[in-house]
Design a protein around this ligand. Structure first.
Ligand code: ADP
Ligand code: MG
Length: 491
């Protein structure tokens, strides 16, 4: 293999161009580059496509394909990951002419081998678009932004527009998984919740759970995408699509939830009290889009309403400074991909066995349960740091530490403290507030002590009855370029 930089002499009209690929980016002086590109400065690392004084820099992740076509033209297809309107199409075809076709073909092959190092080129996806997702924007986002990028990267797909609730779950349950490299949701967390539960319900879950999942943020709540790409980039369809084309399978824990006589899996959050009310009791505010969570939460905190419940949990760490130290220690370790690790299903069980029983079994004292009976403003278990845009509720959440992050706002914070806590949730600083309790637990059980209210599981309504939650390590995998969630805690 040639060594970096891979250089190709080409031209655009009468303008001589030297294309130089150095393993991180492609650079050249363009003839028609008078329009400067906006720089994103973040995703997925380093500066984005930019031209300085006519010099164009394209990051490796943004290169979708290179073809050498008739009459010696060389075409580089690029999707720029950048800030700007979420549904803006940023696909470009950069056309050059080359003299030596054989030489150009060799250069193309060298660059593409590096661009798609460790990942399959031209993946085949099962794509699920919820036409009502994101107040009806999902279909347009798919057609105008996502689909053209997949096509430019020579990815293929089998597309279904969901027609009813649980349709995504039915599809995931019955899917011929051998045909696909991943299943991709173009909606919000609700459709992903269904996909995950469909995969886990299969008799062959032991094989099916290895099918990676991809998330295109086109719903009203897109917690997974924000957690993968961070606050500034999680809402951008282009960034998410690049993560699906270029990402690898990252192991992700699921929470097993037992409630009534049933059991299902949750990947975002299980919430009671204020956070559930905000999530589910604000349908009339949907027109606000993502801002409704913050606006509604401030209103509810001002009322200082609290909710009686009994909360039991098995703590692993309750000191926030230690939680942060562990978080930062883990960030320094190299990431582990799904194909490099074993998970619980691999290890023997054809089905997932809950180690701490379920909501209907007595708590086993030797497991280390602690029980508290008091009103709370909210109690939330979560596996994702961001639960929506602007709400970094569980900053220490890890994709695969095998633990649930449990956060409790006890009753009686007072309005001023409540307001400070709420402001803190935008940056994750609320966990250091002395009225907030934030811990890593193996499992928890919540029993409401009043008769009616909201409980939200991944943003979906569930009965107002006791539930128990337990984390299981690496049960699914999610396509990701970084192999971890965006930084959500300070150093
Ligand atoms: P959003 O965040 O925009 O509400 P979600 O992905 O959370 O998007 O989806 C919300 C719900 O929409 C899910 O519970 C899903 O089952 C449901 N759903 C999907 N397709 C349809 C459809 N065609 N008609 C009605 N509901 C649907
Ligand atoms: Mg939703």
């Amino acid at each position: 293999m040639a060594s970096f930089p891979f250089i190709l002499q080409a031209h655009q009209g009468s303008h001589q161009v030297e294309l130089a690929y150095n393993g991180q980016q492609l650079e050249f002086d363009g003839a028609d580059l008078n329009e400067p590109k906006q720089s994103s400065g973040c995703f997925p690392c380093g500066p984005s496509s930019a031209s300085a004084g006519g010099r164009r820099v394209i990051k490796t992740v943004e290169i979708l394909n290179i073809t050498v076509e008739h009459e010696n033209s060389l075409i580089v297809s690029v999707a720029s990951a950048k800030n700007g309107p979420k549904n803006e199409s940023v696909l470009e075809r950069l056309v050059f002419q080359v003299r030596d076709k054989a030489n150009a073909t060799q250069w193309q092959s060298n660059v593409l081998s590096h661009v798609y190092k460790d990942i399959k080129r031209g993946r085949h996806f099962k794509v699920l678009v919820n036409p009502f997702g994101g107040q009806g924007h999902a279909k347009r986002m798919w057609e105008t932004v996502a689909e053209p990028i997949f096509k430019a990267a020579e990815c293929t797909f089998d597309l279904t527009y969901t027609t009813h609730r649980y349709h995504a779950k039915e599809i995931a349950r019955d899917l011929n998984i051998r045909l696909f490299d991943a299943v991709v949701s173009v909606s919000g967390d609700g459709v992903l919740h269904e996909v995950i539960n469909g995969l886990m319900e299969r008799p062959d879950a032991i094989i099916a759970h290895k099918l990676p999942v991809g998330a295109i943020p086109a719903g009203s709540g897109n917690a997974l995408s924000y957690s993968l790409l961070g606050e500034d980039h999680g809402g951008h369809v282009t960034n998410a699509v690049l993560g699906i084309i270029k990402g690898r399978a990252m192991p992700v824990d699921l929470c097993s939830v037992t409630q009534g006589q049933g059991r299902y899996f949750s990947f975002v959050l299980q919430s009671f009290g204020l956070v559930a009310d905000v999530d589910l009791g604000t349908e009339d505010m949907r027109w606000m889009g993502e801002a409704r969570f913050t606006v509604a939460a401030i209103g509810k905190l001002m009322s200082q309403k609290s909710y009686p419940c009994e909360l039991s949990y098995i703590p692993v760490e309750t000191n926030v400074d230690k939680i942060r130290a562990e978080y930062n220690y883990k960030r320094q370790q190299s990431v582990v991909w799904a194909d490099q690790t074993y998970d619980e299903l691999d290890q023997s069980h054809p089905t997932i066995v809950d180690r701490f029983g379920g909501v209907n079994t007595p708590l086993n004292k030797s497991d280390g349960w602690i029980t508290e009976s008091d009103d709370v403003i909210t109690a939330v278990g979560a596996k994702l740091p961001w639960i929506s845009k602007g709400m970094l509720l569980n900053p220490a959440s890890s994709p695969n530490d095998g633990l649930v992050d449990l956060i409790v706002f006890p009753k009686g914070t007072g309005r001023i403290s409540g307001m400070n806590i709420m402001i803190g949730t935008e940056t994750g600083e609320h966990i250091y507030h002395d009225k907030v309790r934030y811990m890593k637990v193996k499992a928890f059980r919540l029993t409401p002590k009043n008769t009616s209210g909201y409980i939200s599981m991944d943003g979906e309504h569930t009965p107002y009855t006791p539930y128990q939650v337990e984390a299981h390590r690496g049960l699914i995998s999610v396509l990701s370029i970084e192999g971890r969630y965006a930084r959500s805690m300070r150093e």
